[in-house]
Design a protein around this ligand. Structure first.
Ligand code: ACO
Length: 457
């Protein structure tokens, strides 16, 4: 099969949010810390009516309905998540309820967990399956979902929640480029969840940022090595640079980190090019940074500032539009990078995107990370798969605007209630069902044996 990749994509995020300017005041931090310092505008969150199962049920059913897919057309379904509510039973098994009417139980795939990386692992698995001898001609379905919540304190404004579902198959309008994925995996304790009775992670914020940057360095180096080998075979001698990505999307814990990451890729290109012109063009005035060692720049504020400035124009073109959902809804964990993809697709026409290469960097603490790229199809005829995926996402800005704003004190109360009750048996959620958007699955009851039941609004 050719051009294996993403055929359709659906995003779900909570119908309520807290405003980051109001949260700054409520938390008693300096004005601008969350909004300017972290680059966050609003943060979506769930009441106790939603959990990881309900988020995934909602997004999968919407994808199936909007694309008129029959249950029997799916041959593989897997879930990437780090929101664990059961140490044994996979979210995937809960999703099998959606296939009961079709009678299809022949669906491979199960849950994959490592921080924010599980969705990418699932996507790679599904793409590999379609390209393999195990493929039976049916679609793969990849679901990523998480509820990202932190204890009160400096990490709380970097939460979020949501889910993305992607249909995978051949002849896709968004095909994963073959043979170029660059991966970096390593053992570190930057962010992890050792307390199984708590929803909150243990996080070393500064270390997690350094790990993110060093993973970016490694993945970009491997990606470049592989794509340069391909280019040489094709007779292209110019080495690959950031400019060969028409769009670049990142796992987005908070938007400022992404702007710094984009600047870092420019720094990497600069250090890799001993003949870079510093008299004019994008590297103008950067001569003083010529002999830097990349590994020694993680906390060099002077370098950061210079490259943020130098890359600003390219960042606005290639990455800023991808941050729509991330700035408005926050870090969704596993779906984060795919929310960035959806944001790009929601804001461009088929003619603008046709033939472009979208670079993607996925990072999950602990750590697992990959850089890969998606090639957008050239077919822009009316009703083409590319046009279909774009039109299905065009309502994203409107859906973000239609959410309900919740005051920070009420948000804090909801977090407190969840802290106290999220692991209880024999529990009936208190969140208002009427606040959920139509078609949302929600938790109705956890019985005395921790069995969960759901309904759809
Ligand atoms: N106006 C403008 N900017 C401000 C203001 C202000 N009034 N006050 C602070 N800032 C800036 C700071 O200068 C800093 O920016 P800089 O790093 O560019 O200098 C930024 O706001 C954040 O301030 P810090 O003091 O660094 O914030 P703090 O250490 O309290 O927390 C952190 C930030 C570490 C990101 C925390 O929110 C966290 O731990 N988040 C979770 C971990 C995370 O997301 N890691 C990323 C990768 S792993 C993952 O995806 C989970």
């Amino acid at each position: 099969p050719q051009d294996v990749g993403i055929l359709a994509l659906e995003v779900y995020f909570p119908s309520q949010f807290v405003d980051q300017t109001e949260l700054e005041k409520f938390d008693g931090v300096d004005a601008g810390k969350y909004t300017v310092g972290l680059g966050q505008t609003r943060m979506g969150f769930c009441s106790d009516r939603e959990d990881i199962n309900s988020l995934c049920l909602t997004v999968v059913q919407r994808l199936m309905e909007r694309n008129r897919l029959s249950g029997s057309s799916i041959g593989r379904l897997e879930v990437g998540t780090e929101t664990i509510i059961d140490k044994s039973k996979a979210v995937k098994t809960v999703l099998m309820q959606l296939f009961e009417d079709s009678g299809n139980t022949d669906i491979e795939g199960i849950d994959t967990t490592n921080a924010c990386y599980g969705g990418t692992a699932s996507l790679f698995n599904a793409v590999n399956w379609v390209e393999s001898s195990s493929w039976d001609g049916r679609y793969g379905l990849v679901v990523c979902g998480d509820i990202a919540v932190y204890a009160t304190g400096s990490a709380r404004p970097t939460g979020g929640a949501g889910a993305v579902a992607m249909l995978v198959g051949p002849n896709a309008p968004l095909a994963l480029e073959r043979g170029v994925r660059g991966t970096h995996m390593q053992h570190v304790y930057d962010f992890y969840k050792p307390d199984l009775s708590s929803e909150y992670p243990v996080v070393d914020g500064k270390l997690s940022i350094e790990c993110y940057f060093s993973a970016l360095d490694q993945c970009y180096a491997v990606y470049r090595k592989k794509i340069n080998e391909q280019r040489q075979r094709d007779g292209i001698s110019e080495p690959f640079t950031l400019n060969d990505f028409q769009h670049m999307i990142f796992h987005t814990p908070f938007c400022k980190l992404v702007q710094k990451s984009f600047a870092r890729m420019m720094l990497i290109d600069f250090l890799n090019n001993p003949n870079a012109n510093t008299e004019s063009g994008i590297y103008k005035g950067l001569q003083a940074f010529r002999n830097l060692k990349l590994q020694e720049t993680y906390s060099n504020k002077e370098v950061e500032k210079a490259f943020l400035k130098a890359s600003q124009g390219l960042f606005n073109q290639k990455t800023k539009p991808s941050l729509l959902l991330a700035t408005q809804n926050g870090n969704m964990y596993t779906p984060s990078v795919y929310g960035c993809l959806a944001s790009v697709l929601a804001q461009y026409s088929a003619e603008q995107l046709a033939g472009s290469r979208i670079g993607a960097f996925s990072y999950g603490s602990g750590l697992a990370s990959s850089m890969f790229s998606v090639k957008v199809s050239q077919n822009t005829t009316p009703g083409s798969p590319l046009n279909q995926i774009l039109s299905s996402l065009s309502d994203l800005p409107g859906r973000l605007k239609a959410r309900k704003q919740i005051k920070p004190d009420e948000f804090a109360n909801i977090m407190k209630l969840k802290e106290e009750t999220h692991h209880l048996a024999n529990y009936t959620p208190q969140g208002k069902v009427s606040d959920l958007s139509p078609g949302t699955w929600y938790l109705t009851k956890v019985d005395e044996k921790h069995r969960r039941s759901y309904s759809r609004s």
